[in-house]
Write a protein that binds this ligand. Structure first.
Ligand code: HEC
Length: 115
């Protein structure tokens, strides 16, 4: 085997382990609570669905979305730098912990759930 192949296999293993491991919920050393995220996200389910796959046209799917992206989007809606009347109102009452937990919750859902 070439060293390029070995490197590719090592990278693949690291990826597999990091996506399969529950340690993924520990991101940049900040504690998150998936259960709390799911609870807090109940108000979001009407539009984004509990499984993160929206059935409403024009409403984005959140399942499996990049976690840091979800946090950034919620911060932007809360601050008003990203404008959408619905989401500005929805993000307003969210605390930092809420945003972290909700982002963790949706990011770990499967993009292609059994429907
Ligand atoms: C009444 C329907 C509705 C509710 C309730 C709702 N959303 Fe949204 N959400 C939307 C729509 C519509 C958009 C697209 C807005 C836009 O164009 O920026 C959106 C966008 C988003 C995005 C950005 C997604 C992306 O791909 O950029 C995130 C993150 C999000 N919502 C999270 C939440 C969370 C968390 C809650 C609950 C606290 C919530 N939403 C509640 C309708 C809703």
């Amino acid at each position: 085997m070439t060293s390029t192949t070995n490197t590719a296999i090592a990278l693949l293993l690291v990826l597999l382990v990091s996506t399969a491991s529950p340690a993924r919920a520990q991101f940049s050393g900040v504690a998150t609570d998936m259960g709390a995220g799911q609870k807090r996200a109940a108000v979001c389910f009407a539009c984004h669905n509990a499984n993160g796959i929206s059935k409403i046209p024009g409403t984005p799917h959140l399942a499996g979305q990049e976690r840091a992206y979800l946090e950034a989007a919620l911060h932007a809606y809360k601050a008003g730098t990203r404008q959408n009347p619905t989401m500005n109102a929805m993000a307003q009452p969210l605390s930092e912990a809420d945003i972290r937990n909700i982002a963790a919750y949706y990011s770990l859902l499967s993009r292609t759930p059994a429907r």
